[in-house]
Each structure stands twice: as structure tokens, then as C-alpha cells.
Design a protein. Sequence first.
Length: 398
Amino acid sequence: MQVAGIICEYNPFHLGHAWMLEQLRRQGMEAIVCAMSGNFVQRGEFALLSKQARAEMAVRCGADLVLELPTEWSAAGAERFARGGVSLLAQTGVVTHLAFGSECGSAADIETLAVLLEHEDYHAALREALLSGESFAVCRRRAVAKLAGEPLAALLDTPNTNLGVEYCRALRRSGSSMAVLTVSRTGAAHDGAPREGIASASFVRRLLREGRTEEAVAYLPAQSGEILRREMEAGRAPVTMARCERAILSDLRRMEERQFAPYDGGSEGLYRRVYRAVQEQCTLDEILTAAKTKRYSHARLRRMLLAAYLRLPAEPTAEPLPYLRLLAANERGRKLLRTMQKNHVPVLTKPADAARLGTAAEALFRAEAQRTDVYTLAYPELQQSRCGSDWRAVPTLL
């Protein structure tokens, strides 16, 4: 059985996502398994809707099985995000193809880049480029251009191809037999304006933040739009980090300089810049602006602040993941799930079962449940934010 595995956020699930799932079916994929980010995403932000709502969107719009990628991986940089997602999909034992969208549409070029980025000559060229003080992304591109030429290096300028390279690197390191399958992106560019009737997720989020709900819903599949409306009417969406800004600032201000060090990620002294910015500025945006240099992107800084606020571990708990939590499935997905369970994959369908999967599983689930309690404080309606929602949640089964 040909099964595609997708590492995703679906923040929210829009027409472009639906188009990709349709393309995978046309290429012979008989089922689609998603490793989907939990309540916090790679940009270092709170997800627009809860993980349960986004998982339901996915299975109602073409996915078969949605499993949660916990915060320690979902809110990390591209390399760790990819590593966690690939590990999760490989652990299922049922995924045959790692699928993702890319601007270049060439699996061969992406795999060539993945191989190159593991070579010692590349690491030497990168070390030399980093002496310039430019951002990591600029220096990486320069190193690749030096070794493989400008056309291949130019592929790193496009965000989805760039992430695809990280997926392939993680796949090579994992030793998994999953094949690589990429679909050429259509419609809006990443973070770009709508095109061909398809908007990017960031554009949809912006519309919702501005109160332009009807315009936003026009870029979602009908069932995805219905779920969004339901969550909004219930006071659970749209979620914005801004609603927790004072709580985040309060927590960060109580941290000592040394407590920021584990979230530096590069031992470059960035944590000192962030600490000073926290002490001197009054808003999260001001902190990001004050700490930013040409070497550090806003996304990296946001991830650092979020990780410090949530007290995420410097390294993820464990790989392979101690459990694979079911968020949603249809009948085809439930058949895959039964196969996984027969093969003794640590599938978590009921929160109470976390302890039965071992101490690592129980510890990770408890930590994730606490993070969800923090996340729900950003709901528009505070009465919806009662503690313990992760313990009460049940998967969506169609």
C-alpha cells in the first residue's frame, strides 16, 4: 500500500493544502498520514486554532490519519522540526513516501542538496562564510554556490524547497526506507499575496487578525471554513500570541541572564542580547527589534522567546518519540492505526494511557498538557481556557 507522510502545521488548512493532497492521490498514494504541529508552531508563535480543530480540518478535507508533533519539535528551527517529523512518520511503520510541497518540484535536486550539506567540504565552506557575520541562511547559500554552483544554491532561497532539504537530511540520518515525493507548489508564494485563487496561510491569518473573516474563509475548503466558524463562535479562535503578551513579558522579566543561555542554540552570545532587550523594552515586538541583527532572523528570535517562556528543554525529550498521539482519523486511517498497534507502535489514543507507555511517555504528555493549558489562555473567550483540556480531549474519528 502506497502511503504518503506529510509534516505539516495546517495553520489553518487552506485550499493550497487541499490541492496538494489531491495531487498525492493522483500520483498513486492510497492513504495520507500527517505529522502535524501541536499548539505551537515553527515561527515561534501560538497556532491560530487548536491542534484538535486543525486535525479535524485535515481529515475532513483529504487526510486519513493525523498524529501530533509535540512542541519540543514543532516550535523548533527547521532542522529539529524536520528531524521530529521524519522520526514520527518513520515510527508509524506504514508510511512509504515522505511527501512535501516545493517551489522547484525536483526531488532529485533536493536530495542532491541534502547530500551536499552533509559533506565536510560544505562544512568547511560554511565556517569560512560565517566569518562575514551574515545570517546563517546567507552563509549557507554562499557555501553551496561555491561548491555546486549558483543554480543549485538558488533553490535555497525558496522556503519550502529549503525545508524539503532538511526533511531529506533527516531522512538520510534516520536510515528509513521512505521514498521522497515532492509536489510543485501552486498559487500564492510562502507569505505572499493570493494567486490563482489560493492564499498562503500567513495571508489568511492576517485577514482573521484584521477581522476580515469572510475574506479569509473564501480561501479555505468549505469544511475547513465551517470548523473555523464553529471555533470562533465558541470563543476558541482566532488564537493570537498578543493575548498572552503581558504574561510572557512578566515571565521573561523574572529570568536571569544565564537562564536564557540554553535557548541560544549556537553558543554565540545571542542570549545576552535577548536578556538586555527584555530588560530594556516594553513589548515583544520591541524586544525582537532590539535583539535583531543581520545574523539573527525574527523567526529565530521568536522561537527563542517562546522556548524560554514555555521552558522547553534545550534538546527534545527523546527520538524516537515515546508516543504517537492520535488527533484525528477516518476509516482508512483507523485501518492504518490498527496495523500500527499490531506492530507494537506506541500509539496514544487515550490520555490516561500515557503512563502505560513508560516514564518518558508520561513525562512528555504531562509537559505537553501543561503547554496546552498555557495555549488556551490565548483564546478570545477566557471561559474556554479551563485547565486540563489535553486530558479531556478525544480524537476526531470519521
